[in-house]
Structure formats: structure tokens, C-alpha cells
Ligand binder design. Structure first.
Ligand code: GLN
Length: 306
């Protein structure tokens, strides 16, 4: 992806007289191709569908239909945002996760496919007869909490985040998927909000987390789309990227029942460090390490010993 200067960008989108659906598509495609988007044709269609409120079939089937001024103004706005590198998901407002349409906005991390592995790991740990109290630490968009609520209909879930904006998005996602009555959202740092609730102590069966795990100095090496638009609060894992794992391995012990599991996403090369840290505490048994499609150790499940 390359950043376009504003003058050449505006030239691409300049209209001569009336704009038709075909010319809107041509101009959008020219702009996003010029910006170096590898999937420019599809992205143009998605953005036009959203701005014009019509399907891509309509765009192709009725090339000569004139686009009204205000729809073209909003289409241009979306195309320009994309050309400047803003992730498509923030512009369109959603990302699919476990087959669920999850609302995303700037201020929450866009759910990644690797995070779905956390769900698969939970399924392999939990049995239908379990009475389930689950915690999602640092819920962000709420993708894990919502998926847990949908996929484990008897579970009760507590979701925390230190960002008010994230809690707002996560709650809105819970309403969108009609699971708002089974998820309690709590504002605060990691597990701190749970300390107020004594009946939760040692009562949690499963805890999931996708904590920030990028070492601070590596933030500058991330793709520009991530670096410039996604919340560093959700990415920055401290000097070695492991700050939140160290804390969670200690703090989770207060809440997990014996035999309960902590399931976490992790970054490349972090599994061995997390295992060493767990061994040092001698209260953890490593249940499983799951790899992603690229063969990277991506999810770890640790059991609190009895
Ligand atoms: N998977 C994200 C990325 O590499 C990082 C997510 C995280 O820090 N939890 O962009």
C-alpha cells in the first residue's frame, strides 16, 4: 500500500457532469489501485455497496443509473478513507468472527482469524455438563465474549476492559447478537474489576484472553494499517511483549477454580517464555499449545492444578 498525495487522489475522483454507477466503480477502482490495494476491485464494490445502499449486482446490471449527489459524496468519503490506509473493517464497521458479524470501530482491535483458535481450544476443554462461569479479559470488540455466549448457551460471562470505548462497542455487539443478558461488562484493568465480587473467587471455569503482546519496539515495524489505525493500547505488550502474561499467570489464580483453565492467544516465539513463567509459579499445568495456519504457536491452555 502506498499513501497518495491529496491532489492526485482528488484528480482520480473528479467528476465531469453526472456520475453513473459504472463511472463511480471505474473511479473507485482507479483510486484504490493507485493506492496499491491488492484487492481493489472487491474493496471498491464493498465501499460502493455501503455508500449507495445497493448490491454489486445492481452496480454491474445498471451501469447507466445516475448516482445522486449525496450518495456520491459519501462514496467518495469512504474511498478516500480507504486510499489513505484506514482498514476496510473500520470503514464498513464490521468484521466476521466465528460466523458472527462483529461491529468494530477505531478504539478496538479488529478481530483476527487466529483468535478463533482460542474458541476451538475452549471447546476441547469444556464438557456439556460443566456449570460454566467464564471470564474474557480485555474484551475489546467483545468478539470472544459474544462467541462464548453464543456457542455455550449455559455459560455466564464476565468481560473486562480498561477502555470505556471498548466496553461500549462490546456491549453493543452483545445486543446485536441477543446475548446481553448473559454477559456482564466491567470497566477496569485486567482482573481488577472482579476483586469486588467475593463469590467469584475460585469460581471461574474458563478464562480467555487476547492480551496486547507486541514488544513496544516492534510496534513501529507493524503494517502501516495496523500501526496508524489500530489502538496501541490493545497491541503494546511492554518491553518484551510478555508483561500481560506475567500478570495474568499470577492474577488468574485468585479466580480460577482448581482444574479451571486459562486460554490465551500469544505472539510468535512467546510460548516457551510463557511456559517458563508458568513453571516458576508451579501452580500451572500446561494442557495444550495450538498452532495457527502458519505453524506458529498461537494459543496456550493452562490448567490451575487442584
Ligand atoms: N495479532 C495482532 C497483530 O499482530 C496482535 C494482537 C495482540 O497484541 N493481542 O497485529
Amino acid at each position: 500500500m502506498i499513501a497518495l498525495d491529496i491532489k492526485s487522489t482528488l484528480r482520480v475522483l473528479q467528476e465531469e457532469g453526472l456520475i453513473t454507477q459504472a463511472s463511480a466503480y471505474r473511479k473507485g477502482l482507479a483510486l484504490l489501485s493507485k493506492a496499491g490495494m491488492s484487492n481493489a476491485a472487491n474493496e471498491t464494490l464493498w465501499l460502493l455497496e455501503s455508500a449507495l445502499g445497493i448490491s454489486r449486482l445492481d452496480i454491474h446490471a445498471k451501469p447507466d443509473t445516475v448516482v445522486d449527489h449525496s450518495s456520491w459524496t459519501s462514496a467518495k468519503d469512504l474511498l478516500l478513507r480507504r486510499a489513505s490506509g484506514e482498514p476496510l473493517q473500520y470503514i464498513l464497521g464490521t468484521q466476521e468472527f466465528r460466523g458472527l458479524e462483529i461491529e468494530v470501530r477505531s478504539g478496538v482491535l479488529i478481530p483476527r482469524p487466529e483468535t478463533e483458535l482460542v474458541m476451538e481450544e475452549v471447546h476441547s476443554l469444556v464438557f456439556p455438563q460443566d456449570r460454566l462461569n467464564m471470564v474474557d479479559v480485555g474484551t475489546g470488540s467483545g468478539c470472544l465474549s459474544i462467541a462464548l455466549a453464543v456457542e455455550f448457551p449455559d455459560a455466564k460471562i464476565l468481560a473486562t476492559d480498561c477502555s470505556e470505548a471498548a466496553i461500549e462497542v462490546a456491549r453493543s455487539n452483545a445486543y446485536r447478537h441477543l446475548v446481553q443478558d448473559r454477559i456482564t461488562f466491567l470497566l477496569g484493568d485486567l482482573l481488577a474489576p472482579l476483586k469486588q465480587v467475593p463469590e467469584l473467587h475460585s469460581g471461574i471455569s474458563v478464562m480467555v484472553a487476547n492480551p496486547p503482546y507486541i514488544p513496544t519496539r516492534d510496534l513501529a515495524t507493524l503494517q502501516r494499517e495496523v500501526q496508524d489505525f489500530e489502538p496501541h493500547l490493545a497491541l503494546d505488550g511492554g518491553a518484551d511483549g510478555l508483561t500481560f502474561y506475567r500478570r495474568l499467570l499470577r492474577e488468574a489464580l485468585l479466580f480460577l477454580r482448581p482444574g479451571g483453565c486459562l486460554v490465551m492467544e500469544m505472539g510468535e516465539g512467546q510460548a516457551s517464555h510463557i511456559c517458563e513463567e508458568a513453571a516458576r509459579l508451579s501452580t500451572w499445568h500446561i494442557r495444550n499449545i495450538r498452532q495457527d495456519d502458519a505453524g506458529i504457536d498461537r494459543v496456550i491452555a493452562l490448567e490451575r492444578k487442584g
